[in-house]
Design a protein around this ligand. Structure first.
Ligand code: F6R
Length: 612
């Protein structure tokens, strides 16, 4: 939800800002803009639409003598995606600029007040209020004026501010929107996310809520927004590198990330399970063993694809660790009457660790006395700092807006956690643990072996389906959440309407949709619910539904039901969700690509949803 980037140093700033924006574009692509200091003036460029439109007006010679600047890529909240609403926004004089990610909730009242004082506004955004508030408070102390302005606003912000009067300074601050600083010997950076910093530094400092930083060339001061007290914060070294956030020859990040899954899953498993025994060790989890043993209930909280991972985990944890599990969509969890207390373990699942609703959910759970574990991909993200314990997924940076490898790594981490809880509570015997652990270790190899063939078969298959108007996905048990995930992947990147259903639920309504134009993707491994699923498929066939079946190699019955069958090798029933996700992802990817959609940056979406 908007990306901001800033630099103060000795290098040419414009290429650094453009590279940073390129790496943050997944956060929003409604408009882009940048500003830099030159000869005691601020020079601003903005363009509606994708970053390419800004790049078309900012050539490599622009601002060659400048080494301080800010950039922004927008996901529109207040005001249409126009050039006037693009950041950076200025005060009346044009000598002060602001970039912002977040929502200033009391902006209307502040705007009216500032207009009454004679301030002239040129956009419909909430952000512009901040530029005028700072202008109003500014004499010659920029930091004091920014603090004063921030004391007036309510809501979320990660902001960067430049003033023509102090070409040596960049001021930034955060409250409820992510902001990370990068440091080198002679330069300082700010960014909404780590990938923007990776070409320059892996040494970062995560800012917390209501903290402000004053950046100079290789020096910085961190202060509390509220009382101006100085803070000393630790520098963290990130173990990602710049190449991990590149396409590496793939057509899209999403395709690269689909193919990275075997390695990413291995990274998530690495060092956490002993192959011969299936014993799981999660030393970094940070939660007391006795407390974990005594947990009476687990509340799983997440959004979107991460919520689908939670739905799978419910089946696993209840079956193997014997703990009752509730699964909530975070935007519901945060506002409903919660029966959560110190005997409940809350587990928040999030790729980014910044999703506003999930973050609010863990804050509520903490208030109610629950311990919070977060399963997260981004080291140092807000959720990982606020939770009592963290289990990292180690998927590496995920840039494609549609989540792929983060999901299968969440499943992997959740399966490890299931084994761990079962082991702690004595609900899994050693032989079963070895068997399940062995299956998990093998799954990456199985996916690796199947990926190229599946992609080829799916490319042929989608020629018959890519122009469909609607799709249904069905599955039972552990594969029901994968049906939901398949439908979500397809709709978000191809704009085809798609729904996922528990196969047994079709006849309670949705079967009315089936006709000869309705493709139905059914996930039917030879598992304990196989015969029931086949009956449901017969019901679809009897109503002329166009079936695409995904099932177990050697199951010839499937080819008697339809010519469109994708076969997968037999793996442990519990691990089918990891394997059956792969064709669902590839199907969505190939259809979206065939339809000419912008796979990595689908319309209206942004990767990290830091607003409610
Ligand atoms: C879909 C997708 C989203 C995210 C959701 C939660 O492909 O990526 O549904 O899963 O916005 O994001 P995180 O996991 O970062 O909390």
């Amino acid at each position: 939800m908007c990306g901001i980037v800033g630099y103060v140093g000795n290098r040419r700033v414009v290429p650094i800002l453009l590279e940073g924006l390129r790496r943050l574009e997944y956060r929003g692509y409604d408009s882009a803009g940048l500003v830099y200091h030159l000869n005691n003036r601020l020079v601003r460029y903005r363009a509606k639409g994708k970053l390419a439109n800004l790049e078309a007006v900012v050539d490599e010679h622009v601002g060659a003598a400048s080494s301080t600047g800010l950039g922004h890529t927008r996901w529109a909240t207040h005001g249409a995606p126009t050039e006037d609403n693009a950041h950076p926004h200025t005060d009346c004089s044009g000598d002060l600029v602001v970039v912002h990610n977040g929502i200033l909730e009391n902006y209307s009242a502040l705007k009216a007040e500032l207009q009454a004082k004679g301030h002239l506004f040129t956009s419909e955004t909430d952000t512009e209020v901040l530029a005028h508030l700072i202008e109003d408070a500014l004499t010659d102390d920029l930091v004091a004026a920014v603090r004063e302005a921030l004391s007036r606003v309510e809501g979320s912000y990660a902001v960067g501010v430049l003033w023509a009067g102090r070409p040596d300074l960049l001021v930034a601050a955060r409250n409820q929107s992510p902001l990370v600083m990068g440091v080198t010997e002679d330069a300082c950076f700010i960014a909404s996310d780590i990938p923007a910093l990776l070409p320059y530094t892996r040494e970062v400092i995560f800012l917390d809520d209501r903290e402000l930083v004053v950046l100079g060339k290789g020096e910085y001061t961190i202060l509390q927004v509220d009382d101006g007290a100085k803070l000393v914060k630790p520098v963290t070294t990130i173990d990602w590198n710049a190449a991990m956030a590149e396409k590496a020859g793939y057509r899209h990040f999403m395709l690269k990330e689909i193919f990275e899954q075997p390695q990413a899953i291995l990274n998530t498993i690495s060092g956490r399970i002993i192959a011969d025994t299936g014993v799981v060790d999660l030393p970094e989890i940070g939660l007391d063993h006795q407390a974990l043993k005594a947990v009476e209930r687990i509340a799983l909280v997440a959004c979107g694809t991460s919520w689908h991972a939670a739905l799978v985990a419910k089946y696993w944890i209840e079956k193997w660790a014997g703990i009752p599990v509730e699964v909530d969509i975070a935007s519901e969890f945060r506002y409903r009457h919660l029966l959560v207390n110190e005997r409940v373990l809350t587990i928040a699942i999030s790729q980014s660790g910044e999703t506003a609703d999930t973050l609010a959910g863990i804050r509520r759970a903490t208030q109610l006395g629950s311990k919070v574990l977060t399963i997260c991909n981004v080291v140092g993200s807000t959720m990982t700092r606020e939770a009592d314990g963290v289990l990292y997924t180690h998927a590496g940076p995920e840039i494609g807006v549609a989540s792929t490898k983060a999901f299968t790594c969440q499943l992997t981490a959740l399966f490890l956690l299931t084994l761990y809880l079962g082991q702690l509570r004595g609900t899994i015997d050693p032989a079963t643990r070895r068997y399940l652990g062995g299956g998990l270790i093998d799954i990456a190899g199985v996916i690796n072996a199947e990926l190229p063939r599946l992609q080829e078969e799916i490319r042929d298959l989608i020629e018959r389906y890519y122009d469909a108007r609607d799709f249904l996905f069905v599955g039972r048990g552990l594969n029901f959440p994968i049906a939901l995930e398949g439908a979500l992947k397809l709709k978000e990147i191809s704009y085809i309407h798609a729904e996922g259903y528990a196969a047994g639920e079709l006849k309670h309504g949705p079967i009315a949709l089936i006709d000869r134009d309705m493709p139905v993707v059914a996930l039917v491994p030879k598992d304990s619910t196989y015969l029931k699923s086949v009956s449901n498929i017969e019901e679809i066939k009897a109503r002329q539904g166009r079936l695409v079946l995904v099932g177990t190699a050697g199951d010839t019955h499937l080819t008697s039901l339809t010519e469109d069958v994708l076969y997968l090798p037999e793996v442990l029933e519990d691990l089918n969700p990891l394997l059956y996700t792969i064709p669902a992802q590839l199907l969505a990817y190939e259809i979206a690509h065939r339809r000419g959609c912008d796979v990595d940056q689908p319309r209206n979406l942004a990767k990290s949803v830091t607003v409610e």
